[in-house]
Design a binder for this molecule. Structure first.
Ligand code: ATP
Ligand code: MG
Length: 205
């Protein structure tokens, strides 16, 4: 279980709080969709859930315990919006390994889950299609075997033709971990969600 209890985020230099009293619970094996307009605090919430940003009030628990940011980072995989813009490997293998060799069985399994098993690992990841690049970015996080996978606008910028395929792949991932998706458009993941939350101006409503 990943949960927040009364999480607020209000840095001193800005007049309005970015998040106000967010309490949510997501189980492993569940897809939770959080939708809201631009500027409502979705990305900030994911940064807090993944231990990259500390809330100014309230806290995050994972597996029933309050964890230090470093411990939380190990349990959570966060895929930023447009993650492919940050690719730095010249070969797919380098992008996936990111500095350390993974267990080949885990690598094979993750590539299969993401529909990437047939790719040549020596290709330049920048030469893959938009949908493939997005799936590579998710695979990079899955290789860390997180308890929860957090996806920031996973369909942003993708062609209509690959969106349905992407939705199908992502919704399968709950078999191995909890999945939290933030999006401005609830409709696309609606039928796959176990829980749908609405955020506006930093509050769940
Ligand atoms: N470090 C910061 N300092 C000041 N303001 C910030 C900071 N981080 C975010 N904000 C502001 O907080 C609000 C929420 O930002 P956030 O990026 O979390 O929203 P979002 O829902 O992800 O928006 P989008 O759909 O456009 O990605 C915005 O008004 C943003 O300008
Ligand atoms: Mg955002």
């Amino acid at each position: 279980m990943l949960e927040t209890l009364g999480v607020c985020y209000h840095p001193a230099m800005i007049p309005q709080p970015i998040l106000q009293g967010i309490t949510l619970r997501v189980k492993r094996g569940e897809v939770c969709v959080i939708f809201g307009p631009s500027g409502s605090g979705k990305s900030t919430l994911l940064e807090i859930l993944s231990g990259l940003v500390l809330p100014t009030k309230g806290f995050v628990q994972c597996g029933g315990k309050r964890l230090l940011p470093m411990q939380l980072q190990q349990k959570i995989g966060l895929v930023f919006q447009f993650p492919e813009r940050h690719f730095c490997g010249r070969r797919l293998k380098e992008e996936l390994n990111f500095g350390h060799e993974h267990n080949p069985w885990v690598l094979r399994d993750v590539l299969r889950q993401m529909g990437l098993a047939d790719l040549d690992l020596t290709v330049n990841p920048r030469n893959l299609s938009g949908g493939q690049q997005r799936r590579v970015a998710i695979a990079v996080q899955l290789l860390r075997q997180p308890d929860f996978l957090l996806l920031d606008e996973p369909l942003a910028g993708l062609d209509w033709s690959v969106r349905a395929q992407m939705i199908a792949v992502i919704s399968q991932l709950k078999m191995n971990q909890g999945v939290i998706i933030v999006t401005h458009d609830r409709v696309e993941f609606e039928t796959k969600a176990d829980q749908i939350l609405h955020i506006e101006q930093g509050k769940l409503i």
